[in-house]
Ligand binder design. Sequence first.
Ligand SMILES: [Zn+2]
Length: 416
Amino acid sequence: MNGDELMKQEILERFIEYVKIDTQANDESTTCPSTPGQLTLLNKLVDELKFIGMSEVTIDEFGYVMATLPSNTEKEVPTIGFLAHVDTATDFTGAHVNPQIVENYNGKDIVLSKQQNIVLSPKNFPELANYLGHTLITTDGTTLLGADNKAGIAEIMTAMTYLIDHPEIKHGKIRVAFTPDEEIGRGPHRFNVKAFNATYAYTVDGGPLGELQYESFNAASAIVNFKGNNVHPGTAKNKMVHAGKMAMEFHGKLPVAEAPEYTDGYEGFYHLLKIKADVENAKLAYIIRDFNREAFANKKEKMLEIADELKEKYGKDCLAIEIRDQYYNMSEKIKPVKEVVEVAEQAMKNLYITPKIAPIRGGTDGSQLSYMGLPTPNIFTGGENFHGKFEYISLQNMEKATKSIVEIARLFAERA
Ligand SMILES: [Zn+2]
């Protein structure tokens, strides 16, 4: 086997091992990690990091794993970090993942489950055409795959192994972290930025080849509780106050076009997540998203204005609104240190990968970490269709992600 084949073999073995551990997060749990399976994998990663020869391997009381690859150059190189999360999405089960390996993909339908007639088809997923001749790893149609984000773990681990085996590649100090509960938005909450002590970091948590992201939404949640007055409908005239109808009125005042189903690119939205309503009580749960900080503020303001209008009409106790910021657009923190993006871009170009820089219509752990003092853009893992049964990943592109990590480390030292 040549070097590339060995690297692919290593990535594949690691990946298959990781996805077989059920690490689905649970947002109803108050512990950290939210589920015990995550800790199983995190502990395993501790052993593996030690085994491959990493230094300062630690796991803290919340399960955050960190490790160091010491610098092998005299130069002053900024410390860079690579992060991946161990948990899988809450949307679809991650128990008993049974990965299927499709070698030399021929561009046709991939039958995931014959029994249940679940087919990964280029008719529904035309991007499959990009993977002709690749080795694809798919699900068996009954679970998600967990490439999000176990591909990132396998890639970081293999890149570190590669750097350890190739001391001729000069690099500065590298920090690695594997973290819990990204999928339920808690990943960075207990991340010890000080202990990590890196100048920049990358989450290896993106999708298809070349993805490089450093712009995320500004994000807030809004909960509106309405209080009505239920009276027997036969004698309700001028007495009944209908909470559900107030909720409908509230929602009706929001701009119709500013919703997820009508927006893309840099457009923001209000997304009504949940409605619960009867005559006496009603509740609306929203998320608010916008890339632009001012537009974000305006969206929140708009909600408060609508709340005031209804209070004027129905009395000040008719509703209570609570808006909470969740995370902010990381570009505000990353643009001033654009080097972190430039190096990743150059690393990809050096490997003949076309960088695909686009805003993330969502957030990553990096959105919060960037505001905690660690500028953290996101790079690709090679996966597609995250969070569901059609999730798959190309082994060739996992290899490219691994090489991108190595090249980023090398470039930082070269530039120093
Ligand atoms: Zn992820």
